[in-house]
Design a protein around this ligand. Structure first.
Ligand code: BEZ
Length: 210
Protein backbone atom coordinates (compact mmCIF):
# COMPACT_ATOMS: atom_id res chain seq x y z
CA UNK A 1 0.00 0.00 0.00
CA UNK A 2 1.27 3.48 -0.73
CA UNK A 3 2.42 5.85 1.97
CA UNK A 4 0.03 8.18 3.76
CA UNK A 5 0.54 11.25 5.91
CA UNK A 6 1.68 10.28 9.39
CA UNK A 7 3.24 6.99 8.25
CA UNK A 8 6.83 6.24 9.12
CA UNK A 9 9.00 7.16 6.13
CA UNK A 10 10.74 3.96 4.98
CA UNK A 11 14.47 3.80 5.65
CA UNK A 12 16.88 2.69 2.91
CA UNK A 13 20.53 2.50 2.00
CA UNK A 14 21.52 4.05 -1.32
CA UNK A 15 24.39 5.16 -3.51
CA UNK A 16 24.38 8.91 -4.00
CA UNK A 17 26.55 11.55 -5.62
CA UNK A 18 27.90 12.20 -2.10
CA UNK A 19 28.63 8.54 -1.28
CA UNK A 20 26.61 5.69 0.22
CA UNK A 21 24.01 6.72 2.80
CA UNK A 22 21.65 5.18 5.29
CA UNK A 23 18.68 7.54 4.93
CA UNK A 24 17.82 7.73 8.64
CA UNK A 25 21.46 8.25 9.63
CA UNK A 26 21.85 10.90 6.96
CA UNK A 27 18.72 12.71 8.19
CA UNK A 28 19.82 12.62 11.83
CA UNK A 29 17.48 14.95 13.77
CA UNK A 30 16.80 17.20 10.77
CA UNK A 31 13.68 17.62 8.74
CA UNK A 32 14.04 16.09 5.28
CA UNK A 33 12.82 16.72 1.74
CA UNK A 34 13.05 13.67 -0.54
CA UNK A 35 12.08 14.49 -4.12
CA UNK A 36 12.13 12.47 -7.30
CA UNK A 37 12.65 13.65 -10.85
CA UNK A 38 11.90 11.68 -14.03
CA UNK A 39 15.34 11.54 -15.61
CA UNK A 40 18.80 13.06 -15.86
CA UNK A 41 19.64 15.31 -18.82
CA UNK A 42 16.08 16.59 -19.10
CA UNK A 43 15.26 20.30 -19.19
CA UNK A 44 12.71 20.77 -16.40
CA UNK A 45 14.73 18.60 -14.01
CA UNK A 46 17.84 20.65 -14.76
CA UNK A 47 16.01 23.80 -13.61
CA UNK A 48 14.56 22.10 -10.51
CA UNK A 49 17.84 20.73 -9.22
CA UNK A 50 19.52 24.07 -9.85
CA UNK A 51 16.84 25.90 -7.88
CA UNK A 52 17.16 23.41 -5.03
CA UNK A 53 20.91 24.09 -4.85
CA UNK A 54 20.30 27.85 -4.88
CA UNK A 55 17.86 27.47 -1.97
CA UNK A 56 20.26 25.41 0.18
CA UNK A 57 20.64 28.27 2.69
CA UNK A 58 16.85 28.56 3.04
CA UNK A 59 16.56 24.82 3.73
CA UNK A 60 19.41 25.02 6.26
CA UNK A 61 17.65 27.89 8.10
CA UNK A 62 14.77 25.46 8.51
CA UNK A 63 17.04 22.63 9.76
CA UNK A 64 16.11 20.68 6.64
CA UNK A 65 18.21 18.37 4.48
CA UNK A 66 17.30 17.88 0.83
CA UNK A 67 17.93 14.81 -1.32
CA UNK A 68 16.94 14.04 -4.92
CA UNK A 69 16.32 10.68 -6.56
CA UNK A 70 15.81 9.26 -10.02
CA UNK A 71 16.22 5.83 -11.56
CA UNK A 72 19.36 6.88 -13.43
CA UNK A 73 22.67 5.43 -12.30
CA UNK A 74 25.48 7.17 -10.45
CA UNK A 75 27.65 7.65 -13.53
CA UNK A 76 24.76 9.42 -15.27
CA UNK A 77 24.11 11.69 -12.27
CA UNK A 78 27.81 12.58 -12.14
CA UNK A 79 27.88 13.42 -15.85
CA UNK A 80 24.74 15.57 -15.51
CA UNK A 81 25.74 17.60 -12.42
CA UNK A 82 28.15 19.90 -14.35
CA UNK A 83 25.28 20.85 -16.69
CA UNK A 84 23.05 21.79 -13.73
CA UNK A 85 25.90 23.84 -12.28
CA UNK A 86 26.68 25.60 -15.56
CA UNK A 87 23.08 26.47 -16.39
CA UNK A 88 22.09 27.62 -12.91
CA UNK A 89 25.44 29.18 -11.82
CA UNK A 90 25.45 27.10 -8.65
CA UNK A 91 27.24 24.15 -7.13
CA UNK A 92 25.03 21.10 -6.59
CA UNK A 93 25.35 20.92 -2.83
CA UNK A 94 22.97 18.07 -1.96
CA UNK A 95 23.04 14.34 -2.77
CA UNK A 96 21.27 12.74 -5.72
CA UNK A 97 20.33 9.09 -5.19
CA UNK A 98 21.13 6.61 -7.95
CA UNK A 99 18.09 4.34 -7.88
CA UNK A 100 18.56 2.26 -11.00
CA UNK A 101 17.14 -0.83 -9.21
CA UNK A 102 13.98 1.20 -8.29
CA UNK A 103 14.36 0.37 -4.59
CA UNK A 104 13.62 3.89 -3.29
CA UNK A 105 11.07 4.54 -6.05
CA UNK A 106 9.09 1.47 -4.99
CA UNK A 107 9.33 2.18 -1.26
CA UNK A 108 7.90 5.66 -1.86
CA UNK A 109 5.56 4.72 -4.75
CA UNK A 110 7.26 7.18 -7.10
CA UNK A 111 6.59 5.26 -10.31
CA UNK A 112 3.03 5.71 -11.55
CA UNK A 113 2.78 3.24 -14.45
CA UNK A 114 -0.10 5.01 -16.19
CA UNK A 115 2.05 8.13 -16.39
CA UNK A 116 5.34 6.36 -17.16
CA UNK A 117 6.29 2.70 -16.91
CA UNK A 118 9.89 3.39 -16.03
CA UNK A 119 10.52 6.92 -14.81
CA UNK A 120 9.73 8.40 -11.42
CA UNK A 121 7.11 11.15 -11.40
CA UNK A 122 7.86 14.43 -9.59
CA UNK A 123 7.15 13.37 -6.01
CA UNK A 124 7.98 15.39 -2.91
CA UNK A 125 8.00 14.00 0.61
CA UNK A 126 8.61 16.18 3.66
CA UNK A 127 9.75 14.05 6.57
CA UNK A 128 9.80 15.29 10.16
CA UNK A 129 12.54 14.72 12.74
CA UNK A 130 10.32 11.89 14.04
CA UNK A 131 10.79 10.24 10.58
CA UNK A 132 7.06 10.53 9.84
CA UNK A 133 5.70 11.71 6.50
CA UNK A 134 4.35 15.27 6.87
CA UNK A 135 3.61 16.14 3.24
CA UNK A 136 3.32 14.37 -0.09
CA UNK A 137 3.09 16.12 -3.47
CA UNK A 138 2.89 14.51 -6.89
CA UNK A 139 3.47 16.54 -10.04
CA UNK A 140 3.50 15.37 -13.64
CA UNK A 141 6.77 15.22 -15.56
CA UNK A 142 5.79 18.23 -17.65
CA UNK A 143 5.34 20.61 -14.69
CA UNK A 144 8.30 21.88 -12.70
CA UNK A 145 7.60 22.24 -9.01
CA UNK A 146 7.55 25.46 -6.98
CA UNK A 147 10.31 25.07 -4.41
CA UNK A 148 9.23 28.23 -2.60
CA UNK A 149 5.99 26.37 -1.87
CA UNK A 150 7.99 23.57 -0.29
CA UNK A 151 9.73 26.13 1.95
CA UNK A 152 6.33 27.66 2.78
CA UNK A 153 4.96 24.28 3.85
CA UNK A 154 8.06 23.67 5.97
CA UNK A 155 7.42 27.00 7.72
CA UNK A 156 3.82 26.01 8.37
CA UNK A 157 4.69 22.50 9.55
CA UNK A 158 7.40 23.74 11.89
CA UNK A 159 5.16 26.48 13.33
CA UNK A 160 2.12 24.27 13.83
CA UNK A 161 4.27 21.53 15.41
CA UNK A 162 4.99 23.90 18.31
CA UNK A 163 1.89 26.11 18.60
CA UNK A 164 -1.87 25.49 18.63
CA UNK A 165 -2.34 27.27 15.32
CA UNK A 166 -3.03 26.49 11.67
CA UNK A 167 -2.05 28.58 8.64
CA UNK A 168 -4.69 30.03 6.30
CA UNK A 169 -4.89 30.08 2.54
CA UNK A 170 -1.77 31.45 0.81
CA UNK A 171 -0.19 32.13 4.22
CA UNK A 172 3.44 33.20 4.25
CA UNK A 173 5.88 33.25 7.14
CA UNK A 174 5.18 36.29 9.35
CA UNK A 175 1.50 36.64 8.50
CA UNK A 176 -1.40 36.13 10.92
CA UNK A 177 -2.36 32.57 11.76
CA UNK A 178 -5.55 30.82 12.84
CA UNK A 179 -6.09 29.59 16.40
CA UNK A 180 -7.04 25.91 16.36
CA UNK A 181 -10.47 24.93 17.61
CA UNK A 182 -9.17 23.13 20.70
CA UNK A 183 -8.33 26.55 22.22
CA UNK A 184 -11.44 28.23 23.74
CA UNK A 185 -11.82 31.88 22.73
CA UNK A 186 -11.65 33.02 26.37
CA UNK A 187 -8.16 31.47 26.67
CA UNK A 188 -6.67 33.16 23.61
CA UNK A 189 -5.50 36.36 25.35
CA UNK A 190 -3.74 34.39 28.09
CA UNK A 191 -2.20 31.87 25.67
CA UNK A 192 -1.04 34.24 22.90
CA UNK A 193 -0.79 37.55 24.79
CA UNK A 194 -3.09 39.33 22.31
CA UNK A 195 -6.77 39.74 21.57
CA UNK A 196 -7.86 37.53 18.70
CA UNK A 197 -9.28 39.00 15.52
CA UNK A 198 -12.54 37.05 15.58
CA UNK A 199 -14.20 36.71 12.16
CA UNK A 200 -16.43 33.81 13.20
CA UNK A 201 -16.52 31.77 16.42
CA UNK A 202 -14.49 29.14 14.54
CA UNK A 203 -12.22 31.55 12.62
CA UNK A 204 -9.96 33.45 15.01
CA UNK A 205 -6.70 35.08 13.90
CA UNK A 206 -3.68 36.02 15.99
CA UNK A 207 -0.26 37.30 14.93
CA UNK A 208 2.18 34.51 14.18
CA UNK A 209 3.70 33.33 17.48
CA UNK A 210 7.49 33.76 17.73
C1 BEZ B 1 12.00 17.41 -18.04
O1 BEZ B 1 12.60 17.37 -16.98
O2 BEZ B 1 12.11 18.33 -18.81
C2 BEZ B 1 11.07 16.29 -18.43
C3 BEZ B 1 11.34 15.00 -17.99
C4 BEZ B 1 10.49 13.98 -18.39
C5 BEZ B 1 9.38 14.27 -19.19
C6 BEZ B 1 9.12 15.57 -19.57
C7 BEZ B 1 9.97 16.59 -19.20
Amino acid sequence: MSLRLGDLAPNFKAQTTQGEIDFYEWLGNSWGVLFSHPADFTPVCTTELGRTALLKGEFEKRNTKVIAVSVDDLASHKRWVPDIEEVNHVSVNFPIIADENHHVAQLYDMIHPNASEKATVRSVFIIGPDKKVKLMLTYPASTGRNFLEILRVLDSLQLTAHHSVATPVDWKNGEDVIVTLNVPTEQIKEKYGVEANIKKPYLRYVPQPK
